[in-house]
Ligand binder design. Structure first.
Ligand code: DHB
Length: 575
């Protein structure tokens, strides 16, 4: 069957209608241009979700229709319209690994520069690329029937379904489906790398079939591809099955030193500084007593931190990674590799002279600009209501420069981690599988559609103390390993696999994207640096990968789209 044959009844309503668009007028690099906006539901059996949902920042939100999570917008600027060979920038959100409604990333009257480092939409439009913005299901949303139909792997399934829609209609939609570039930040970065690593994997077919994705037939075979050409992924919060363990491996010692120190003060915090604001969007400094108390670990947390940290060593070593010189990359020399990557970035910044703010020598201050609010382009005449960014000075106790300040002399690893943890408090122990979803964490990404959440790691499952939630050893009488052998447990195992790039990067039987651009801020504490190193070296080890451009970026925290010009010049090169 050829790629564009419509042979299935369910695919008939997946046919793109080129005449059904809205015209937007925008300013791009000071030229007024027109952009066609198409809004399409990209699956034949979209799930109906309640209109009232809890949206961003825990605020109630009313959706325009039940299908906003499985809808995508396709934007064609005058430069991209009719160009069947244009690359397709495929934006996903998935912030916090939460469901995301389709977004108006291009809107009437907005001024885009196209030349700035933080305007990915403008850069894509200016380059003449087709721009797609896809909503995707994920955790935290309730279907009309009351069930949780956004759980893993829904976000990955939906992104694949949207890619399949583009392929099904590649004769009608400008842009080349051989040049799809998936991009996102954090949860969206994780979604991007999951897609880039698992192209055409049959593991997803049953889920794709359920939602009526293009090119999946009733007998479960596929006539379309869902692989991509490249990804631009920022701070991917990925490998969730091992993220708690990695976090403790990374920060157990940092936590313990702080914990012992604050415990020794017996609640007398009067001489300690006010805690720093905990980063965007929370611009208020937290209560001083609560903040320092929260850094003191309970005996159970210390035990958890130790056990998780040990588990990560076994896991990391099982990945069997190799360094550039062919020697094994193990948990033993992983700190050395993290230092190498941090050093390489700072050396690059020192040589390029582009450091803003400049790189301090030992004893001088790092000046961090902490942004508050989402920023982004505004309509003409519209003032930003974001609180202004503020500067935070933190003494450099970890980075020593050479005498001429042109290179790094040494990095004190423990003090570097302490620096990261002093800007924004570390996540609690455990960080991701926290169980009780009111506390944060990702536990409600997993489980059956009728479970509010499920623990997804052995430690949290075996130590779940919420009686009556139906989860964990105390409620089920089963250890995590025993549970994984049950029907629901097998599905949980599949959810973990289908949302992570790591199992696919080691499988060899799928189509891996040939081009990868991955970034993680040098002071980003939202997941362990180890996770990003793991991802980087797994990508590197793939024979199908032609280029992996990876950096721990200078002085960035948990953020993305901050080096858009560099990313797009990389993209122009590989194209
Ligand atoms: C994001 C941040 C997190 O700390 C996390 O655990 C998952 C996602 C995010 O910013 O998308």
């Amino acid at each position: 069957m050829t790629q564009n044959t419509i042979s299935l009844a369910s695919e008939v309503n997946l046919r793109f209608d080129p005449a059904k668009y809205e015209t937007l007028k925008i300013s791009l690099d000071n030229n007024i241009i027109q952009v066609k906006k198409y809004s399409v539901i990209y699956v034949a059996n979209p799930v109906r979700f309640r209109l009232e949902q809890i949206g961003k920042g825990g605020k109630p939100q009313r959706n325009a229709n039940p299908y906003v999570y499985q809808t995508m917008n396709i934007y064609l600027s005058e430069y991209a319209d009719r160009n069947m060979n244009a690359p397709i920038i495929f934006m996903v959100h998935n912030g916090g690994w939460k469901a995301s409604v389709v977004e108006d990333s291009v809107d009437e009257g907005i001024r885009y520069s196209g030349n700035s480092n933080d305007d990915l939409v403008g850069a894509a439009l200016k380059a003449g690329y087709v721009l797609v913005d896809a909503g995707t299901r994920s955790r935290g949303i309730i279907a009309e029937d009351g069930s949780f139909l956004g759980k893993a792997p829904a976000a990955v399934v939906d992104a694949k379904a949207a890619i399949r829609y583009l392929r099904l209609n590649s004769d009608l939609i400008p842009g080349s489906t051989d040049r799809i570039v998936i991009t996102g930040i954090s949860g969206g970065g994780a979604l991007s790398v999951a897609i880039a690593s698992s192209g055409n994997s049959p593991d997803y077919y049953p889920y794709l079939s359920e939602v009526g994705a293009a090119g999946i037939s009733a007998d479960g075979t596929s006539s379309l591809r869902d692989d991509v050409f490249a990804t631009i992924a920022y701070c991917p919060i990925t490998d969730l099955a091992n993220a708690d363990a990695a976090y403790e491996w990374q920060y157990a010692a940092t936590r313990l030193i702080k914990s012992d120190y604050y415990a020794s003060l017996n609640g007398d915090y009067q001489f300690l500084p006010e805690p720093p604001p905990q980063g965007p969007p929370d611009s208020q400094p937290p209560d001083k007593h609560k903040y320092y108390d929260s850094l003191i670990l309970s005996p159970q947390q210390k035990e958890a931190s130790d056990r998780l940290s040990e588990a990560y060593i076994r896991y990391f070593d099982s990945l069997d990674l190799k360094r550039e010189d062919g020697t094994p990359l193990t948990a033993d020399n992983l700190p050395e590799v993290i230092i190498e990557l941090v050093t390489a970035e700072i050396n690059r910044v020192l040589v390029s002279g582009s450091a803003h703010p400049c790189v301090p020598d030992l004893g001088e201050d790092f000046i961090l600009t902490i942004k508050r609010g989402p920023g982004g382009p505004k309509k003409p005449g519209e003032l930003s209501d974001d609180p202004p960014p503020y500067n935070l000075a933190i003494k450099n106790e970890w980075l020593k420069l050479s005498a001429d300040r042109k290179s790094v002399e040494c990095v004190d690893y423990e003090k570097y981690l302490d620096f990261v943890a002093s800007i924004q408090a570390l996540k609690p122990v455990p960080s991701f599988d926290q169980g009780d979803v009111s506390q944060g964490g990702e536990s409600n990404l997993f489980g059956t559609p009728s479970q509010i959440y499920s623990n997804f790691t052995a430690w949290s499952w075996d130590h779940n103390a919420s009686k009556g939630d139906g989860i964990g050893k105390e409620d089920t009488g089963m250890s995590f390993d025993e549970y994984l052998e049950t029907t629901d447990g097998k599905e949980l195992k599949a959810q973990l696999k289908l949302t992570s790039p790591i199992p696919y990067l080691s499988s060899g039987s799928v189509k891996t994207a040939p081009y990868w651009y991955v970034r993680h801020g040098i002071r980003d504490r939202d997941t362990a640096f180890a996770i990003e190193v793991e991802l980087y070296y797994m990508i590197k080890s793939q024979p199908q990968v032609k280029d992996i451009n990876f950096k721990f970026t200078w002085l960035n925290g948990h953020a993305g789209n901050y080096d858009v010009q560099e990313a797009f010049s990389w993209l122009a090169d590989i194209l």
